[in-house]
Design a protein around this ligand. Structure first.
Ligand SMILES: [Zn+2]
Length: 183
């Protein structure tokens, strides 16, 4: 291996180690980390309940970082889901890989959203929808978002055309980083 590559790899590894050490500072104390119980994130929690961590001027979702540290890489387009339904939990035993569709199906199953069009969206969901609408101008995106968030396509169209939720000016990506939607 050429020397510059060796140096690069070492640098990357150091950066990762520092990040992971920083991450572990926000875990509950060791004696409180039971294998089958939730490990609630001790750092920043956003309004939708997910833990976050800053590193190198970037914002990461704590449960995604937990998955990468303890279980491995997250393939592009996949999200990390909670089997415990507790968004602030970072116990790797409660984390599995999945898709947006799995997540929507889960919400219906757990009664977080009634079957069929539910009409009502949470504010953080609207922020995400606005983010996707801003990033993806393709025609099919409305139908896709309607499916994912389990609402009527008209609900998404109304958000797009500023007929509803006008007070949200800018979208943010919170729940996941699904690149397949942005493309
Ligand atoms: Zn949990």
């Amino acid at each position: 291996m050429p020397l510059y590559l060796v140096n690069y790899k070492q640098k990357e590894q150091t950066r990762k180690n520092v990040f992971h050490r920083r991450f572990k500072k926000f875990l509950p104390p060791k004696e409180a980390r039971k294998p089958n119980e939730c490990w609630n994130w001790q750092g920043v929690i956003t309004s939708n309940g997910y833990g976050h961590i800053w590193y190198d001027d970037k914002n990461y979702q704590a449960h995604r970082v937990a998955y990468e540290i303890y279980k491995g890489e997250i393939a592009l387009g996949l999200i990390v889901r909670h089997t415990c339904d507790n968004p602030s939990c970072v116990n790797p035993n409660h984390l599995i890989l999945g898709t947006h569709v799995d997540n929507a199906a889960d919400m219906v199953k757990r009664g977080r959203a009634p079957k069929g069009a539910r009409g009502k969206l949470k504010e953080y969901e609207v922020r995400e929808i606005k983010y996707y609408l801003h990033k993806n101008k393709k025609a099919g995106v409305i139908a896709k978002l309607a499916r994912i968030y389990n609402v009527n396509p008209q609900t998404i169209a109304n958000i797009k055309n500023n007929k509803t939720w006008q007070f949200i000016k800018k979208g943010t990506l919170l729940l996941c980083h699904d690149n397949s939607l942005i493309g």
